[in-house]
Design a protein around this ligand. Structure first.
Ligand code: ADP
Length: 163
Protein backbone atom coordinates (compact mmCIF):
# COMPACT_ATOMS: atom_id res chain seq x y z
CA UNK A 1 0.00 0.00 0.00
CA UNK A 2 1.13 3.54 -0.84
CA UNK A 3 1.07 6.36 1.70
CA UNK A 4 1.51 10.12 1.75
CA UNK A 5 3.05 11.86 4.77
CA UNK A 6 2.22 15.55 4.26
CA UNK A 7 3.59 18.49 6.23
CA UNK A 8 5.44 21.78 6.20
CA UNK A 9 8.76 20.22 7.31
CA UNK A 10 10.19 23.71 7.87
CA UNK A 11 12.68 22.16 8.60
CA UNK A 12 12.58 18.36 9.00
CA UNK A 13 13.32 17.22 12.58
CA UNK A 14 14.23 13.88 14.17
CA UNK A 15 10.54 13.64 15.15
CA UNK A 16 9.49 13.76 11.47
CA UNK A 17 12.30 11.39 10.54
CA UNK A 18 11.15 8.85 13.12
CA UNK A 19 7.62 8.92 11.66
CA UNK A 20 9.10 8.49 8.16
CA UNK A 21 11.28 5.54 9.21
CA UNK A 22 8.40 3.79 10.95
CA UNK A 23 5.99 4.37 8.03
CA UNK A 24 8.55 3.04 5.59
CA UNK A 25 8.30 -0.32 7.42
CA UNK A 26 4.51 -0.36 7.30
CA UNK A 27 3.86 0.81 3.72
CA UNK A 28 5.37 -0.40 0.46
CA UNK A 29 6.14 3.16 -0.62
CA UNK A 30 5.87 6.47 1.23
CA UNK A 31 5.64 9.87 -0.44
CA UNK A 32 6.70 12.80 1.70
CA UNK A 33 4.60 15.77 0.60
CA UNK A 34 6.17 19.12 1.39
CA UNK A 35 3.67 21.96 1.32
CA UNK A 36 3.26 25.57 2.28
CA UNK A 37 0.79 25.62 5.17
CA UNK A 38 -1.21 28.82 4.72
CA UNK A 39 -2.26 28.74 8.36
CA UNK A 40 1.34 29.14 9.45
CA UNK A 41 3.45 32.24 9.02
CA UNK A 42 5.72 32.60 6.04
CA UNK A 43 8.07 29.64 5.64
CA UNK A 44 11.67 29.92 6.83
CA UNK A 45 13.11 27.65 4.13
CA UNK A 46 11.92 27.52 0.49
CA UNK A 47 9.92 24.48 -0.63
CA UNK A 48 12.87 23.28 -2.75
CA UNK A 49 15.34 23.63 0.13
CA UNK A 50 13.00 21.71 2.47
CA UNK A 51 12.65 18.95 -0.13
CA UNK A 52 16.41 18.79 -0.65
CA UNK A 53 17.07 18.48 3.12
CA UNK A 54 14.50 15.68 3.50
CA UNK A 55 16.01 13.81 0.54
CA UNK A 56 19.42 13.93 2.19
CA UNK A 57 17.98 12.82 5.57
CA UNK A 58 16.15 9.80 4.08
CA UNK A 59 19.00 8.62 1.82
CA UNK A 60 19.24 5.38 3.83
CA UNK A 61 15.60 4.44 3.11
CA UNK A 62 14.81 2.75 -0.23
CA UNK A 63 11.04 3.26 -0.46
CA UNK A 64 10.64 7.02 -0.02
CA UNK A 65 9.97 9.74 -2.60
CA UNK A 66 9.89 13.41 -1.66
CA UNK A 67 7.46 15.66 -3.57
CA UNK A 68 6.35 19.26 -3.18
CA UNK A 69 2.77 20.37 -3.68
CA UNK A 70 0.54 23.39 -3.51
CA UNK A 71 -3.11 23.22 -2.59
CA UNK A 72 -4.97 20.57 -0.66
CA UNK A 73 -3.27 17.46 0.69
CA UNK A 74 -6.20 15.36 -0.45
CA UNK A 75 -5.75 16.55 -4.04
CA UNK A 76 -2.07 15.65 -3.87
CA UNK A 77 -3.01 12.17 -2.56
CA UNK A 78 -5.52 11.73 -5.40
CA UNK A 79 -2.96 12.76 -8.01
CA UNK A 80 -0.40 10.32 -6.59
CA UNK A 81 -2.98 7.52 -6.38
CA UNK A 82 -2.42 7.15 -2.63
CA UNK A 83 -5.18 5.85 -0.34
CA UNK A 84 -3.55 6.44 3.00
CA UNK A 85 -2.29 9.58 4.72
CA UNK A 86 0.18 9.46 7.61
CA UNK A 87 0.30 12.04 10.39
CA UNK A 88 2.23 12.15 13.65
CA UNK A 89 0.68 12.83 17.04
CA UNK A 90 2.83 14.34 19.76
CA UNK A 91 0.39 15.38 22.46
CA UNK A 92 -3.24 16.14 23.14
CA UNK A 93 -2.57 19.59 21.67
CA UNK A 94 -2.04 17.99 18.22
CA UNK A 95 -5.22 15.95 18.49
CA UNK A 96 -7.88 18.60 17.92
CA UNK A 97 -6.20 20.03 14.83
CA UNK A 98 -5.53 16.58 13.38
CA UNK A 99 -9.09 15.41 14.06
CA UNK A 100 -10.45 18.40 12.16
CA UNK A 101 -8.18 17.84 9.15
CA UNK A 102 -8.87 14.09 9.08
CA UNK A 103 -12.64 14.65 9.25
CA UNK A 104 -12.50 17.25 6.46
CA UNK A 105 -10.36 14.99 4.29
CA UNK A 106 -12.77 12.09 4.80
CA UNK A 107 -15.64 14.35 3.78
CA UNK A 108 -13.86 15.29 0.55
CA UNK A 109 -12.71 11.77 -0.31
CA UNK A 110 -13.97 8.87 1.85
CA UNK A 111 -11.64 6.45 0.04
CA UNK A 112 -8.57 8.07 1.55
CA UNK A 113 -7.87 6.99 5.13
CA UNK A 114 -5.72 8.88 7.65
CA UNK A 115 -3.42 6.89 9.94
CA UNK A 116 -1.68 8.29 13.00
CA UNK A 117 1.61 7.27 14.50
CA UNK A 118 2.34 8.33 18.08
CA UNK A 119 5.58 10.28 18.45
CA UNK A 120 8.40 8.51 20.24
CA UNK A 121 8.63 9.87 23.78
CA UNK A 122 12.14 11.22 23.28
CA UNK A 123 11.04 13.23 20.22
CA UNK A 124 7.57 14.24 21.35
CA UNK A 125 8.55 17.77 22.38
CA UNK A 126 10.45 18.56 19.16
CA UNK A 127 8.86 20.91 16.65
CA UNK A 128 10.23 22.81 13.66
CA UNK A 129 9.39 26.11 15.34
CA UNK A 130 11.27 25.16 18.52
CA UNK A 131 14.33 24.30 16.44
CA UNK A 132 14.16 27.61 14.55
CA UNK A 133 13.87 29.54 17.79
CA UNK A 134 16.83 27.72 19.35
CA UNK A 135 18.88 28.26 16.19
CA UNK A 136 18.08 31.98 16.14
CA UNK A 137 19.67 32.30 19.56
CA UNK A 138 22.61 30.06 18.65
CA UNK A 139 21.63 27.20 20.93
CA UNK A 140 22.74 23.65 20.17
CA UNK A 141 20.23 21.86 17.92
CA UNK A 142 22.23 18.77 16.96
CA UNK A 143 20.07 16.38 18.98
CA UNK A 144 16.87 17.63 17.30
CA UNK A 145 17.60 17.76 13.57
CA UNK A 146 19.70 15.91 10.97
CA UNK A 147 23.16 17.31 10.19
CA UNK A 148 22.00 18.68 6.83
CA UNK A 149 19.54 20.95 8.68
CA UNK A 150 22.17 22.06 11.21
CA UNK A 151 24.34 23.13 8.26
CA UNK A 152 21.49 24.93 6.53
CA UNK A 153 20.61 26.83 9.70
CA UNK A 154 24.26 27.75 10.20
CA UNK A 155 24.40 29.12 6.64
CA UNK A 156 21.23 31.11 7.20
CA UNK A 157 21.70 32.28 10.72
CA UNK A 158 25.26 32.40 11.92
CA UNK A 159 28.23 30.17 12.40
CA UNK A 160 27.73 29.39 16.11
CA UNK A 161 24.61 27.27 15.61
CA UNK A 162 25.25 23.62 16.31
CA UNK A 163 28.35 24.24 18.44
P1 ADP B 1 1.95 20.79 9.36
O1 ADP B 1 2.20 22.21 9.02
O2 ADP B 1 1.18 20.05 8.31
O3 ADP B 1 1.43 20.53 10.74
P2 ADP B 1 4.53 19.86 10.32
O4 ADP B 1 5.78 19.79 9.51
O5 ADP B 1 4.51 20.79 11.48
O6 ADP B 1 3.41 20.18 9.25
O7 ADP B 1 4.15 18.41 10.82
C1 ADP B 1 3.84 17.38 9.92
C2 ADP B 1 3.31 16.18 10.70
O8 ADP B 1 4.35 15.65 11.52
C3 ADP B 1 2.15 16.50 11.65
O9 ADP B 1 1.27 15.39 11.66
C4 ADP B 1 2.83 16.66 12.99
O10 ADP B 1 1.95 16.37 14.06
C5 ADP B 1 3.92 15.61 12.87
N1 ADP B 1 5.07 15.91 13.73
C6 ADP B 1 5.71 17.09 13.87
N2 ADP B 1 6.71 17.00 14.78
C7 ADP B 1 6.69 15.71 15.22
C8 ADP B 1 7.45 14.98 16.21
N3 ADP B 1 8.41 15.57 16.91
N4 ADP B 1 7.14 13.68 16.40
C9 ADP B 1 6.14 13.09 15.69
N5 ADP B 1 5.38 13.71 14.78
C10 ADP B 1 5.64 15.01 14.54
Amino acid sequence: MLALYPGSFDPITFGHLDIIERSSKIFTHVYIGVSNNIQKNKAFFSLEKRKEMIEKAVEHLPNITVVTFEGLTIQCAQELGVHCLVRGLRAISDFEYELQIAATNRQIDPHIETTFLMAKTEFSFISSSLVKELATYHSNIESYVPQVVVQALVEKGGKDIGK
